[in-house]
Each structure stands twice: as structure tokens, then as C-alpha cells.
Design a protein. Sequence first.
Length: 338
Amino acid sequence: MDRYTPRSRKLAPMVALAAAATLTLAGCSSSSGGKQAEEGGENASAGKANTPRMTVALVTHQAPGDTFWDIVRKGAEAAAAKDNIKLIYSADPNAGNQANLVQNAIDQKVDGIAITLAKPDALKDVVSKAEAANIPVVGLNSGVSEWQKLGLMEFFGQDETVAGEALGKRLNEAGAKKAVCVVQEQGNIGLTQRCDGVKKTFEGTTETLNVNGTDMPSVKSTITAKLKTDSDIDYVVALGAPYALTAAQSVDESGSKAKVATFDLNKELTGAISKGDIEFAVDQQPYLQGYLAIDSLWLYKNNGNYMGGGEAPVLTGPAFVDKTNVEQIDKFAAKGTR
């Protein structure tokens, strides 16, 4: 392909993936964490593409223990297997380290890079280096408000502000009066946008509680202490499934009557919704994010396609999962794909 120049082209938006935007959605990281890249997509299915072998790097801001990214990675690996792609996965929650991982991918002369933009300013320079090296870059999960500014070709995820606003409205419907929004990673633009969105539409009072998401016992003790000192809190809003499950434990230990709502799913979280331990979750479909990000790079290289026309993001959420529909989702969550 010619050197990719997404911002210099005025392409009509594509509608081929419009259906993807209507699917259900949930919250936000892979079990490997750390700085070492890992390869996937080697055991492709019999129906894989017969196009020349590609190498694609997926670089996320995953923190150790965050099961969200396991789901993203499964989607990416499925696309890689289908498209005859060698997938190199790496992750680090430190933005500077994540930028170094992207530089490593550039140095390896990969055919494409998919990245998350939790802290976009730290990735601006390295994204420019990738473009200068004629390596197409797409975004996923975090950075819907920043991907075009950084010159990325496409973006796959949910608008976190819109998702937060939707959750705030849901709290109004539930009759909530005071909510605490638990942020597990300070400085993560997507998490900030979620809480800001809740505050915008929720008619009650909203407080932000910062916790250390890499230390779950600390998360639990911090939420428990907050609930013990403020009996007016009637909803805990978590920003990821593991933190919601921990928040539910904090509610029990503190003797609070607060309910728990969250962004994002995993197989344990759907079970907690079924049992009533968690009221509902906002689903952003991480499997779909990983799948579309990798598949889009294959489509660009082999057919010159731009999903969203290079001008609009491909939205994978938000949607609510609660007792009314969790049974439909649970069978997929059990496989680790929702």
C-alpha cells in the first residue's frame, strides 16, 4: 500500500459495520501485563485468509490482573487467525512504557499497530514515528476523543462520556441519591470521562474515590472505609468488573445498604448480576474491539478499506446488562468472550 495518510483523505463514511455499533456493550485490560511482547494467532483455523502473512502489534495499557483485556485479546487473536496474521501482544499501564512498546513494534517493522490511548499525550510522538515509517495505526478502547488528533486511521470502542451519561440516567431511574465513582487508575482519560458523564446526568450527588487498582486488598479496604464513614451513599459505581466484585464485598463488610453498578463484564460479573450482587453493567464489547482493530488492518492492507471512512469511530457500545438479559450474555461470558 501507499503511505497511509488518513487525515489528508476525505472519504465517505462506510456503513458496512453499522450493525456492530448496535450490539451490546460493557467496561475496560490482558492477564500478561508487563512489558514483554507475546505472540498469538499462530494456530490459524482451516478457513484462514490466503493473503500474504502479516505481522501486527497490539499494544494496550493493561494492568496486571485486569481480566477485561483477556477478552480484548481473544477477539484480536480470533481475527489474527482468520486473517493469517502473526499477532504480537504487549502491554504496560505506564504510559511511557507503553510508548516504548510501540517503538519496539516500529523497530520490528510490523505491518500495522493497534493501540489504546488511555494517556494520549504520552503516545503522540511515537504514533508520528509509526506514520513516518509507513505503518498504519488504529486505536481501540480508550481515546475516542483523541484518535483523530493523533492521526490514527480508525478507532473502535465506546464514547466514554456518553456511556457515563447513560449510567447517570439509569441511577435516576433507580431513585439513587448519592453515588461514589471508584477510579482505579488516576490520569486514565477514559475513566475520567466515565465519571464526568455520570456527574453530568445524575440528579443526585456524585463523589470520586481514587483507589490503587493494582492492589485489590487496598481497593477493598478503601471502599469499605468510605462506606462506613458515609451512610448516605446508596450506589457504588465501579469502572471495571474486578473492582465491582470487590466493591460488592466492601458493601457486605461495611454493613452498607448501597448497591453496586459497573462498567464492563466478565464471567464472574454476569453471575453476580444474576444473583443480585451487582445491579447492572455497561457493556462495551471488548472482544469486538480487539477483533475489529486487527481485522481493520488486514482490510486496509488488502483492500484499502477505512472503517468509519477514516472520519468517524466505530462504536461498540454502550448497552446495559442486567437481570432482564444477563442469561443471554452469560453463555458467552462463560467462554471468556463477553
